[in-house]
Design a protein around this ligand. Structure first.
Ligand SMILES: [Zn+2]
Length: 135
């Protein structure tokens, strides 16, 4: 028997293994090498096909991959919000300080108004005492 033809090797790979071909593969190292070489290539091809992700794992991978992206979005949002919050807080503090200053002015004005009327005798006494001390 001559060496196996390409067609016979293809049939062998496909599972069609007539007894005479099987005998030749067993006896002929050259044809056995070609057949096993093809089988290895086919096995590698099959495993590479199997390693291609199925739709479900892809979906799951995309879902888990959404978390780092969500974290990145949150980080960016935080980076944008923090200066905005700080600015707003500073503006709010400025308003409070202004209101506080106005309140202080009102209190100050109230005190300076109250002193001459209600505390007039005391003021006079203090002034009189200090005048006495100067003498
Ligand atoms: Zn052969």
């Amino acid at each position: 028997m001559t060496h196996l033809s390409a067609e016979q090797i293809a049939q062998w790979i496909a599972g069609q293994r007539p007894a005479e071909v099987e005998l030749h593969v067993e006896s002929c190292g050259q044809c056995r090498g070609r057949v096993t070489g093809f089988e290895e290539v086919m096995a590698q091809f099959r495993s590479s096909v199997r390693s291609v992700p199925a739709p479900a794992p892809v979906w799951r991978a995309r879902r888990t991959a959404a978390w780092p992206r969500l974290a990145a979005v949150a980080a960016v949002a935080l980076l944008l919000l923090v200066p905005w919050y700080r600015e707003r807080e500073a503006r709010r503090r400025a308003v409070i300080e202004q209101q506080y200053a106005q309140l202080l002015q009102q209190v100050d004005a109230g005190i300076s108004q109250a002193v001459p009327d209600a505390m007039d005798p005391l003021v006079k006494m203090v002034l009189w005492n200090s005048n006495e001390a100067q003498k």
